[in-house]
Design a protein. Sequence first.
Length: 299
Amino acid sequence: MLSMGIKLFQYREKGLSEEQMKINASIMLEVINKNNGKLIINDSPKIAIEIGADGFHLGMEDYLNSKNLKFIKEHKDMINSDYIKGLSCKWDCKLIKNPPEDLITWNYLGIGAFFKSETKENVSFLEDGDKSFPLSITSKPLVAIGGINYQNMDSVLSLGYETIAMSKGIFFKKDVENIVVGAAISTHKGWKKRVKACNDAGADIFVIDTSDAYNEFTSKVLKEYTKMNLGKPICAGNVITYSGARFLMDNGADVVKVGMSSGSICTTQREKATGRAPMTAFLPIISPLSLTKYMFFIF
């Protein structure tokens, strides 16, 4: 996104602790700043200042939050001199005209939602009516927000808005179409029906996902899958030995999944009395093999 010319980012997270948010935001900030971008933090002036972010964005509910108000009052001078401050006004005419500026001088106002959004529930949006009216009642820069994507962004910009905020919509249709989608199948009865359904839905690769794939059942599925002539690769696993990997590849696997019982909730080691970490298993497997096949391993 930075290489595409997008230079202003907002970190928005509702389900993590403050400490984890600071860790995540700090990582993002380092990358963004190195590429001449800016990062603002949603809902938390405190995190923004503590990690050295470029600003913050608040809704009215967050602005009036006692914790935020206390922090803003204590750091008023610093906030007003060095930080980008944004306020969501929804479609509230009075708030757009007269945002609260006894403590903060807002640099921009967020307007919307323009459309239904998948990232936020219970949003306030206009089904009908003039969505350009905020441009005529304030001199502050306005940012159009809410459900904006590559399909509807031109309709927003044509109203006169010069800045738009995008979340999921930043991924253009061509990008979504280029994402490789894998579908897991088993060796149990009905797997062919699932393959056909997933293939019709657009799956790009199929994965026989079983704790131990070195067996006749996996072999049978691989051979039957090859006869279906779908023209799509199939991955099989898991295995932890050279003989297991060779077995899968000889029976038609294009990709082999290596490693067993290394997951935090994996019960294979207890149930089958075997297991090996992915890299430990991978090295002795790959060394005897030619590079005519490719492999995939999971940590």
